[in-house]
Design a protein. Structure first.
Length: 162
C-alpha cells in the first residue's frame, strides 16, 4: 500500500465513522516504531506506521486511523482532542478506536541498567539507567535512605562485537 491508497482509506474512514471529510495529507512514516500514528496540530496531517499494517493487519491499522481521526476532528472543532480529555475518550468509544496500539515485536529498545539504588532499611531495589544522587530520594516503600551501587554488567554473548 502506498501513501495515495492510505489517503483514500483515511478519507473513507473519516466519512463513514465521523460523517466529516478528511481534508489534509496522510502518509506512511516508516520511522514510527513505538507508536501507531501521529496527528500534527499545526499542519493537521496524519502519519501512520506501515509496520503496524504489515505486522498486525488492516483491522488494527484502521483502529489506529480512527484514533488519529479523533484527534483531527476534535481539534478542528475546538474541543478536547488530547488523550486526557473527556471529549476524546467519548469519541474513541463511539467510533470503536483503540486507546493504544499493539506493540511491534522488538520495538522497545531500552538502555541497559547501569546503576542500582538500594534501600538500606528494607532492601528494595530501584534500577537506574543514569547516575543519580541518592541523598535527593527516599525509599517509596519505607522512606528509608538509599545507597547507590553499580549494577552488575550483563555477560557478553558469544559472537558479540563488544
Amino acid at each position: 500500500m502506498n501513501d495515495q491508497e492510505l489517503q483514500q482509506w483515511i478519507e473513507r474512514v473519516s466519512l463513514t465513522f465521523f460523517g466529516r471529510p478528511f481534508l489534509h495529507k496522510a502518509s506512511f512514516n516508516p520511522r514510527l516504531r513505538t507508536t501507531g500514528g501521529r496527528y500534527f496540530t499545526k499542519s493537521h496531517n496524519i502519519e501512520i506506521s506501515p509496520h503496524q499494517l504489515t505486522v498486525h493487519g488492516a483491522e488494527e491499522t484502521e483502529a489506529i486511523i480512527k484514533h488519529e481521526l479523533c484527534h483531527y476532528h476534535l481539534h478542528l472543532q475546538r474541543k478536547g482532542y488530547q488523550h486526557r480529555d473527556a471529549d476524546f475518550k467519548q469519541l474513541l468509544a463511539q467510533v470503536g478506536a483503540t486507546r493504544h496500539c499493539r506493540a511491534l515485536p522488538g520495538a522497545a529498545r531500552s538502555l541497559p541498567v547501569k546503576y542500582l539504588l538500594v534501600c538500606q532499611a528494607c532492601g528494595m531495589n530501584y534500577p537506574r539507567k543514569r547516575r543519580t544522587d541518592p541523598r535527593k530520594y527516599a525509599c517509596g516503600r519505607c522512606r528509608g535512605r538509599l545507597k547507590l551501587l553499580h549494577a552488575q554488567p550483563e555477560p557478553v554473548g558469544v559472537g558479540s562485537d563488544r
